[in-house]
Design a protein around this ligand. Structure first.
Ligand SMILES: Cc1cc2nc3c(=O)[nH]c(=O)nc-3n(C[C@H](O)[C@H](O)[C@H](O)COP(=O)(O)OP(=O)(O)OC[C@H]3O[C@@H](n4cnc5c(N)ncnc54)[C@H](O)[C@@H]3O)c2cc1C
Ligand code: SF4
Ligand code: SF4
Length: 1022
């Protein structure tokens, strides 16, 4: 696998591990840590912050483990198991930690398989099977299989995070389970350790030998004694994942577990949630990648009709195996998507009038004409069902993909509800037979109403598993209300002969419902099964059998007595300090939520641990995790650390604690999470808050001051350019710089210039001229483009003037020899007060232009976008908001003008690029966060012949001063090597455009190539 190397390995000597852990925890924990450190090569993480980060998953629960172990290999796992058995410490295996029911939280040693134990061991493309280690992520496996025309088809929504070990643990199910079945239908074999240390090969029962065979025989006997009970009590639906698969010997599932009727012992482990064995490897059945897909979007006048129609669709057009999904989008989701300008056109294209619900009906297979015929059949069927003309046909891939994205985004918007009431997952995957779906959803909606809440319905109508999360406040009365709703929902599930747990497993949330579902005799059978596999009760005790109550608030993330330490924040977080009405989702006024940390704690608590940030696909979030694969260096890990610190769970230092410093150390403030996190966790802004609190307490370093005050001393320093630039030519001076200030000696620092933009001949129009102009532009030249790369500012001026604009270079109203500054460098060092002062000057200077609605155009993304982001939360009031509305990047402005037909003059002057000249574009992270990358491509396309191609890159790794710091140099380079630098090296003849100052420096340092600002390329073509 092409995976980045981890850069941080937490290893310490066995003796110090013991000392450290034993003093903060207990003797057993100390010995455990000591032995793990001495006897394995894995990472031993026992600090309170590490334990806290692994105390939660995507559920509402929190249980602090004894410690965390990150094995480097399966051999480490084996040794850890032996040590735990010796010391009688329970084990909680874990993959991505995206379970929704609390499966991965427990008071034992958490073993995280996801970082290292993730190899593909064997691929048999002819036999369509693959053997993998449990920590591999589904998307990564499928990327490996794609060239072979194969895939693993259990396509869970968390495909980018979910590990195969975790998917097997939960018996996960994908959107296309109607065609491919659940996890259990697609596992061919498993190697696993039982707690006695024996490694078993679980496979076909009739081919099994040794201890595995004996275990299988005992379970078979158990199942046989329970046959009448199993027949009577077992839900007969595809989507039953609760309890153990004791029915493998006498299948009760709608779909047989094996294609040839054989019994496979590996299926006993599937869905056992880590309670029976520790998986070492899994052998999986693969499917051919569908060569074609078509989508029919059925519009329904009522939600009830949609639900009622699902059964007819499945029966009517689903018999030949080409029907792969029937997914629901309800009115709330439609409305949410319509409100979003990016999604509105896609949704509108799927609507006929004002439907109450949509069903997205997908067919897939090898033969497109045959699939088109299926769409026709769907149309006819809907006519027969009294809804002629209700289907929008989407035979092409692009609109299909766009619509699936909308569905995903709608859920994200729903999850971003501010206030303490949150959509809670606890009955979100009950499965009922399709013929009862309409009545079930209708009745459950009434239940929600009765309890003063509501839920938005979505997902898998094809298999009777509709997701819904009622809004509950888990800090107040959420737990008892959850219980009431769960009880009423369970009565409905029983009435309609469904499965209470139809996708997300049992864990803490549904463990107690296993006995309810299967009855006491089968439950005793489960207990016996657990005893056979794990007689020492070391694997996830009190899960699956003898489980706690779902509403035991002591096990929750917000237990009784959860308190936030009062905090006076530097930035305005009051929009998060609100409460909401669970029935209407309306929120109260900002600042009224009762947060002692002025909204900051509530902003942090928005992280619901869904793990979406553990991703490696295109996009920005989260570069430090991509490089390290450490939970600590992940947006989720950081949010959890902040939450623990703000609630006093990491000691009295609160925000200014060492644990927070460590967790935020590698955050490059790229704002990737601001854009990508479904709940809007904005760690870059949170880091500013931390830096301010931390440095106020612990003081600013010399390096902090040098970075922050650059805009102040730049005019003076530029006068000594020759002298200061010596540092880049003398290894000794570079070394001295590293020792004194912490700047990496390997890095050349930006070159000072005695002649720069600000001391050159004044250019551009005067204030008066621009105020009187019909085509005005105010150009904001920042410190970096002004002092270090003046050519960029010159180029921008030239292009704007060539396009016929009257350009005024922004300057202080009363000149004092200093330029205007956005305050970015101060923010990056936690000097919020100084940043505010700079922002105040800027506001004053821009006021007359802003009042007249003139565009304020900037070149450096991190500077200009500060005006649209941080400046609006510094308490500067309406003028700052008004400025934010006018502030645009150079390309955003030009793209807007081009779209309005106002750039004809410029277009006529632009000379073509040399034929076939490759042109690569790297977007600055903040451009990506503000969706400001596509304007760069649009504007470059104004150059005749230009075909700009975007590099699918995350952060370049330089990130302001981050990459210049000696302690971050290695991580910085690894971030760049993830995709940016290889892409540039692979295109040796390409012109490279990068608007960010630090990105250009990183490209120069790492690939020895010159990247230019888009303005420079445009100016060159004039
Ligand atoms: C937003 C969201 C959407 C989701 N969508 C879906 C969906 O579409 N379909 C679906 O089925 N689920 C879904 N889930 C639930 C969850 O993502 C899946 O169950 C996923 O497969 C879990 O994978 P993981 O790697 O995170 O496992 P984890 O949560 O880390 O672990 C899952 C279980 O497996 C056990 N386990 C992990 N590794 C091992 C091992 N090596 N040996 C033994 N036991 C092990 C754990 O102890 C635990 O019991 C969703 C969750 C979220 C938050
Ligand atoms: S930070 Fe955002 S993306 Fe990451 S787990 Fe939390 S809510 Fe999910
Ligand atoms: S700002 Fe960037 S590095 Fe920091 S947590 Fe968010 S995505 Fe990760």
């Amino acid at each position: 696998m092409n995976a980045p190397l981890p850069v941080q390995v937490t290893r310490e000597t066995a003796a110090s591990a013991y000392e450290r852990v034993a003093t903060t925890s207990n003797e057993v924990a100390g010995r455990l840590a000591q032995r793990l450190a001495a006897e394995t090569r894995g990472e031993v993480l026992f600090s309170p912050a590490d334990c806290g980060r692994y105390a939660t998953d995507a559920s509402i629960y929190q249980v602090t483990p004894v410690g965390v172990f990150v094995p480097r290999s399966t051999e480490d796992v084996r040794i850890a198991l032996d040590i735990c058995r010796d010391l009688k410490v329970p084990i909680v295996p874990r993959g991505g930690g995206t379970s929704q029911c609390g499966q991965t939280v427990g008071a034992g040693l958490v073993i995280d398989f996801s970082k290292h134990v993730r190899n593909v061991l064997d691929t048999d493309s002819a036999g369509r099977s693959v053997t993998v280690e449990p920590g591999i992520v589904l998307d990564h496996l499928n990327a490996h299989l794609k060239p072979l025309g194969l895939w693993y088809p259990v396509d869970v929504s968390t495909a980018a995070q979910a590990t195969l070990g975790g998917m097997a643990g939960n018996n996960s199910c994908g959107s296309r389970s109607i065609a491919y079945g659940n996890m259990v239908h697609n596992v061919l074999g498993a190697e696993a350790w039982t707690t006695d240390g024996a490694l078993h090969h679980f496979r076909r029962f009739d081919e099994s030998t040794g201890a595995a065979r004996m275990l299988g025989e005992r379970v078979r006997q158990l199942a046989m004694t329970l046959t009448p009970e199993i027949e009577k009590r077992w839900p007969k639906v595809l989507r039953r994942v609760g309890g153990y698969n004791l029915d493998v010997f006498h299948n009760q599932n709608e779909r047989p577990y094996t294609t040839d009727g054989s019994v496979n012992l590996a299926h006993l482990l599937v869905g056992s949630e880590g309670t029976l064995g520790l998986t070492r490897s899994l052998t999986l059945r693969l499917a051919e990648l569908p060569r074609a897909k078509v989508l029919g979007v059925v519009n329904f006048p009522t939600f009830y009709k949609a639900m009622d129609s699902a059964q007819h669709i499945v029966k009517g057009v689903g018999s030949d195996g080409t029907l792969t999904a029937v997914e629901l989008v309800d009115r709330t989701m439609i409305e949410l998507a319509l409100q979003n300008p990016a999604f509105a056109p896609t949704v509108r294209a799927a609507l006929i009038g004002k439907p109450d619900a949509l069903l997205l009906v997908e067919f897939a297979g090898a033969d497109k004409p045959m699939l088109l015929n299926k769409l026709k059949q769907l149309q006819e069927l809907m006519g027969d069902l009294g809804l002629p003309g209700s289907v929008i046909l989407m035979p092409d891939d692009v609109p299909q993909k766009a619509l699936w994205e909308v569905r995903k985004a709608g859920l994200n918007i729903m999850m971003s509800l501010k206030g303490d009431g949150k959509p809670v997952s606890f009955i979100e995957d009950c499965a009922v037979p399709l013929e009862h779906l309409a009545e079930y959803t209708d009745a459950l909606t009434q239940v929600f109403r009765k309890h003063g809440t509501r839920g938005t319905w979505y997902a898998h109508a094809s298999v009777g598993t509709l997701h819904v999360r009622p809004i509950l406040d888990m800090r107040t009365d959420g737990a008892p209300r959850m219980r009431h709703i769960a009880e009423e929902a369970s009565a409905l599930v029983r009435k309609y002969k469904g499965a209470y747990s139809g996708e997300h497993g049992d864990g803490l949330c549904r463990g107690e419902w296993i006995q309810w579902q299967f009855g006491p005799r089968i439950n005793d059978g489960f207990r016996e099964m657990k005893r056979l596999f794990d007689p020492l009760n070391l694997l996830c005790p009190q899960r699956m059998v003898d489980t706690p109550r779902m509403d035991d608030t002591r096990l929750m993330r917000f237990p009784p007595g959860y308190r936030v330490i009062p905090l006076k924040t530097a930035l305005d977080w009051t929009p998060w300090d609100v409460q909401n009405d669970p029935a209407t989702e309306k929120t109260t006024a900002p600042g009224t939520g009762g947060d002692p940390a002025q909204g900051f704690a509530k902003a942090v608590e928005m992280c619901n641990n869904n793990g979406h940030c553990r991703k490696f696909d295109a996009g920005t979030m989260c570069p430090s995790y991509r490089v390290t694969r450490d939970e600590q260096h992940l947006t989720r890990g950081r949010a959890n650390t902040l939450r623990l610190a703000l609630s006093g769970q990491l000691g009295p230092d609160g925000l200014a604690s060492e644990a927070v410093r460590d967790a935020l150390d590698l955050c490059v403030s790229c704002k990737g999470c601001k854009r990508d996190c479904p709940t809007g966790v904005d760690m870059a802004r949170m880091k500013i808050e931390f830096l301010q609190a931390d440095r106020k307490k612990n003081g600013w370093s010399l390096k902090d001051k040098l970075v922050a005050r650059l805009p102040e001393y730049a005019p003076l320093a530029s006068r000594f350019a020759g002298l200061l630039n010596l540092r880049n030519r003398s290894a000794l001076l570079a070394l001295l710089g590293e020792r004194l200030f912490g700047f990496a000696r390997q890095r050349p620092l930006p070159q000072w210039r005695s002649r720069h933009f600000f001391n050159g001949t004044p250019q551009g129009a005067t204030r008066e001229q621009v105020l009187a102009s019909a085509r005005p532009v105010v150009l904001f030249v920042d410190t970096f483009n002004g002092f270090f790369e003046s050519a960029n500012a010159q180029a921008a001026l030239q292009v704007l003037q060539a396009a016929g604009y009257t350009v005024h270079i922004a300057a202080k109203e009363k000149p004092d020899g200093k330029h205007l500054c956005c305050g970015r460098t101060y923010l990056a060092s936690g000097m919020v007060d100084d940043a505010k002062a700079k922002a105040g000057e800027l506001l004053q200077a821009f006021q007359p232009f802003v009042e007249r609605g003139m565009p304020i155009v900037g070149l450096e993304p991190s500077c200009l976008l500060t005006l649209r982001d941080e400046m609006t939360v510094m308490g500067l009031g309406a003028p700052a908001q008004a400025l934010a509305r006018q502030a645009v990047l150079f390309e955003e402005f030009l793209a807007r003008e081009a779209a309005a037909g106002r750039l004809e003059q410029l277009k006529a002057r632009l000379k073509p690029l040399t034929k076939d000249q490759p042109l690569l574009v790297h977007g600055h992270c903040h451009q990506k966060a503000f969706d400001a990358v596509s304007p760069v491509l649009e504007v470059l396309k104004l150059i005749p012949g230009a075909q700009p191609r975007l590099i699918e890159s995350s952060c370049c790794g330089m990130a302001g001063s981050f990459g210049y710091e000696a302690k971050h140099h290695a991580v910085s380079m690894q971030m760049a090597e993830l995709s940016l630098l290889p892409a540039i090296r692979n295109a040796p003849d390409a012109l490279v455009v990068a608007d960010g100052t630090s990105c250009r420096h990183q490209i120069a340092d790492g690939a020895q190539r010159v990247a230019v600002h888009a303005a420079v390329l445009l100016a060159r073509q004039l």
